[in-house]
Design a binder for this molecule. Structure first.
Ligand SMILES: Nc1ncnc2c1ncn2[C@@H]1O[C@H](COP(=O)(O)OP(=O)(O)OP(=O)(O)O)[C@@H](O)[C@H]1O
Ligand SMILES: [Mg+2]
Length: 233
């Protein structure tokens, strides 16, 4: 499934945050959108997911999504993992959170999907009866991913998963997100941490004050001084 944005503008009321955004995420591709605080990363992901008002074109495999609400876009294969793991209900258990994600699937697919998620994130299986609030930051990020993956999306919109996590936990997360490649899930990753993104992404774009100002191949990201500058510009 290919996502294509053209001339997308997004914002809040009269405040326009993202301007003239053109981007493509090809089937199974991992694209990073890098930017500093306030660059407009979450606004962009929200516009794609349908939770932020936008104008311009958003197409999935050539079909326009603009008229659809967030729920219908999810049915078409998009899933958002919001910043700060906000898709979790902290008093609910791990299992209950995952079950909320599974609700969008046909009943016959739920058992198999749950098994796959617990295989991918074994720690969640052992913690299944615990309230989400008692998990560590890294475990909560895994749960946030699992809840989004429970819908079997084709494209995962991933908003700053690295936020607040220790280096060792990040390494684990890189491997788990990397697994999605094998599953054929495409990823649009919004990040400030370009070294984290470098380990995952095929390509990157830099967003600054709501506009795309730079971009290139993922392998240019590792020690890219200019990328760090572009992000901070
Ligand atoms: N609900 C809102 N109403 C009005 N303005 C908002 C709202 N949410 C965000 N903004 C503004 O939009 C701009 C971009 O914010 P956004 O959250 O998209 O940036 P970001 O790149 O995700 O930043 P961060 O790295 O801090 O998460 C900021 O100036 C912010 O103040
Ligand atoms: Mg953000």
């Amino acid at each position: 499934m290919t996502l294509a944005l053209s001339k997308l503008h997004a914002g809040y009321g009269r405040i326009e945050v993202c301007r003239e955004i053109d981007l493509v995420v090809a089937d199974g591709e991992f694209l990073a959108v890098l930017g500093a605080n306030g660059a407009g990363k979450s606004t962009l992901l929200g516009a794609i997911a349908g939770s932020v008002v936008s104008r311009g074109r958003i197409e999935l495999d050539g079909k326009p999504l603009e008229g659809l609400n967030a729920r219908d876009r999810a049915r078409h294969g998009l899933a958002l993992v919001p910043e700060g793991r906000r898709n979790l209900f902290s008093p609910l258990t791990v299992m209950e959170n995952v079950q909320l994600g599974l609700r969008l699937l046909p009943a016959g697919d739920r058992g198999r999907t749950l098994d796959e998620l617990f295989t991918m994130f074994p720690i969640l299986a052992t913690r299944r009866a615990q309230p989400a609030v008692l998990l560590s930051g890294g475990e909560q990020q895994m749960l946030a991913l699992a809840v989004a993956l429970a819908r079997r999306p084709s494209l995962l919109l991933l908003d700053e998963p690295s936020q607040g996590l220790a280096p060792l936990v990040l390494q684990n997360l890189v491997e788990q997100i990397g697994e999605l490649r094998r599953m054929g899930v495409a990823v649009l990753l919004a990040e400030q941490n370009h070294r984290f993104a470098a380990q995952l992404c095929d390509r990157y774009l830099v967003l600054s004050s709501g506009e795309i100002v730079d971009g290139g191949d993922g392998n240019q990201l590792q020690d890219a001084e200019h990328v760090a500058h572009a992000i901070m510009a």
